[in-house]
Design a binder for this molecule. Structure first.
Ligand code: ARG
Length: 565
């Protein structure tokens, strides 16, 4: 990411101090107070080398470095060299670049040739798409878009929960009550079947054993059970795909747990050949005492494999298939132990790429009680939540702008955007409460607020009518908010990088809120389109740039940016 100011500082400072350029860049700070400049270089670590006090070093260096045409002032304060960027130059560079590159602004080739599989969403077959899988879905999707922005090739993998003992339960339930419950082959009916099993098993625990045997039969290839399993899988998958369509999310691969069925034996063999397994309570396990972890279960005593066995196999498969640069799993933090075990076992197998496997974990979302949809047990359906949000957004739009064209389409974009943004606005490890009033508040730190600001930026451009050139007299953009805005826009490429460094879309969400609120303050304080032609032209360049960046930022979070609202 080529910020000419940083480049220049790095070049000069490393020449004067003999520090390697990367180190200068790492040390460089953005001061919290603009009185201390736009960038500051701390000289404390140089004291030893130069055998001088840091403030002396800073003073000497500051007097030796010329301001050139990029900086308006360079001076030392304490042990820092403070660099003041020339604001006209800054505006010219940043706005010029945004208008030239449009939605490509912030893109980078850094990821070219590197592949990153992202395992996300991954719901379980035979259950409806509940709200419980939304956080993984939206974080995974946004990370995918962000990595793609930097030219990584991303493989979105849906690791469906489509294998395991629960299918034994379903088969039992189907054979006993299928006729009365499964009428239209819907996921809801499948779920009822599953619930029925649990109710009955409480009264009659022998059913559990029956289920275990049915799953064993399925794993051994029994034809009838196999067909049933395929039927259940198809019903669920059709439903999931319908939901993904609403969210406009696509996966490169639906390789669920069952996908690894034929490769699992090989994993087990390899583990045994490498002498990593032992028998414990009749089960095959990998002992992980030396890592302070409980043993990783590979095979139960009835020979059936486990969630972990399939994840170990999947990791090996992904490495062979994609030769990944990083391998991500966007899964809740309740599975932290599972992934620690899986990665540790893979490492013990001698695969050093285990270090590039990353559990991108996240906390809980608590929903307002009243939306607990009682009609399907205690699962809150994602679709119900989206529908409610679209409805509420529709009502607000009806109040605010009854004349709006395509009200229905906009309500959809705003309603879905509100939910998605609420899930991306917090750091992923934070638990949070989902509260409707907050989520849809057009004035809060919400999706609708960002979309509304975007629509405002669009309508200004419409009102201006003239074509927005990429040249103007930038010295006319000298107001406090104008400069803040330009600096925020300048920070967009680094924001993307920071979001990816921490696998944290919230970094981008927070950035967009800052961008929008800075613009809105500006908008409240200043009339943008006036009689002063030159000045209006410069301001419109800023408006257009802010709109381009806001729109692209929303896209990277998975939100639409309607032009009117
Ligand atoms: N289906 C699992 C669940 O709902 C998530 C799967 C995550 N991915 C993985 N490779 N284990 O809890």
């Amino acid at each position: 990411m080529n910020n000419p100011f940083v480049q220049e500082i790095v070049k000069v400072v490393s020449r004067k101090t003999d520090l390697p350029p990367q180190q200068v860049e790492q040390l460089l700070e953005i001061p919290p107070d603009e009185k201390l400049g736009d960038y500051a270089f701390p000289c404390f670590s140089l004291a030893k080398k130069f055998k001088k006090a840091p403030d002396k070093i800073a003073a000497e260096l500051a007097s030796q470095i010329k301001t050139g045409n990029l900086f308006s002032e360079i001076k030392s304060v304490g042990g820092y060299i403070n660099f003041f960027v020339d604001k006209v130059k800054l505006a010219e560079l940043v706005l010029g670049q945004i208008l030239k590159q449009d939605s490509n602004y912030g893109s980078d080739a850094i990821g070219k040739g590197k592949t990153i599989p992202i395992d996300y969403s991954s719901p379980n077959i035979a259950k409806p798409f509940g709200i419980g899988h939304l956080r993984s879905t939206v974080i995974g999707h946004s990370l995918k878009l962000l990595f793609e922005k930097l030219s990584y090739s991303v493989v979105g993998i849906n690791h469906l929960g489509d294998w395991g003992t629960q299918f034994g339960k379903l088969v039992v339930a189907y054979k006993k009550w299928g006729k009365e419950i499964l009428k239209q082959d819907s996921v809801t009916e499948l779920y009822n079947l599953y619930t029925k099993f649990h109710e009955e098993a409480e009264k009659n625990p022998a059913l559990e054993e029956e289920a275990r045997l049915e799953f064993q039969k399925l794993e051994k290839g029994d034809k009838e059970n196999r067909e049933l399993w395929e039927k259940f899988r198809k019903i669920s998958l059709d439903e999931f795909k319908r939901i993904y369509k609403i969210l406009e999310i696509e996966f490169e691969a639906y390789a669920g747990e069952s996908f690894y069925e034929n490769m699992i034996e090989q994993t087990v063999q390899e583990l045994q050949e490498k002498k990593l397994t032992q028998i414990s309570q009749d089960a095959l396990v990998v002992n992980l005492d030396q890592f302070n972890l409980p043993p990783c279960l590979i095979k139960k005593k009835d020979e059936s494999t486990l969630y972990a066995t399939r994840d170990i196999t999947a990791a090996i498969y992904r490495y062979k298939t994609y030769n990944f640069y990083k391998n991500l799993y966007v899964v809740g933090n309740s599975q932290r132990l599972h992934f620690q075990q899986v990665f540790t076992v893979v490492k013990l197998m001698g695969y050093n790429w285990a270090d590039n496997c990353i559990h991108v974990d996240f906390g809980w979302v608590k929903f307002e009680e009243e939306i607990l949809s009682s009609r399907k047990g205690n699962i809150i359906l994602l679709e119900d939540v989206l529908d409610k949000s679209i409805n509420l957004a529709g009502q607000i739009i009806e109040e605010k702008n009854p004349e709006l064209e395509n009200k229905k389409g906009v309500a959809e974009e705003v309603g879905i955007g509100a939910v998605v943004f609420a899930y991306l606005a917090r750091r992923r490890n934070k638990d949070f409460d989902f509260v409707w009033e907050e989520v849809l508040n057009f004035e809060g730190e919400t999706g609708p607020y960002l979309q509304y600001t975007h629509a405002r930026l669009c309508s200004l451009q419409k009102k201006y009518e003239k074509k927005i050139e990429d040249r103007a007299d930038f010295s006319l953009l000298k107001g406090k908010e104008e400069i803040s805005l330009i600096k925020i826009l300048e920070d967009f490429p680094r924001t993307i990088q920071r979001a990816l460094d921490g696998y944290e879309p919230a970094v981008l969400s927070n950035y967009l809120v800052r961008l929008a609120s800075t613009f809105n303050t500006y908008y409240q304080n200043i009339k943008i389109i006036t009689e002063e032609e030159e000045k209006t032209r410069a301001k419109m360049l800023l408006v257009k740039s802010a709109q381009v960046v806001l729109k692209e930022g929303l896209r990277l979070l998975g939100l639409k940016a309607p032009e009117q609202m």
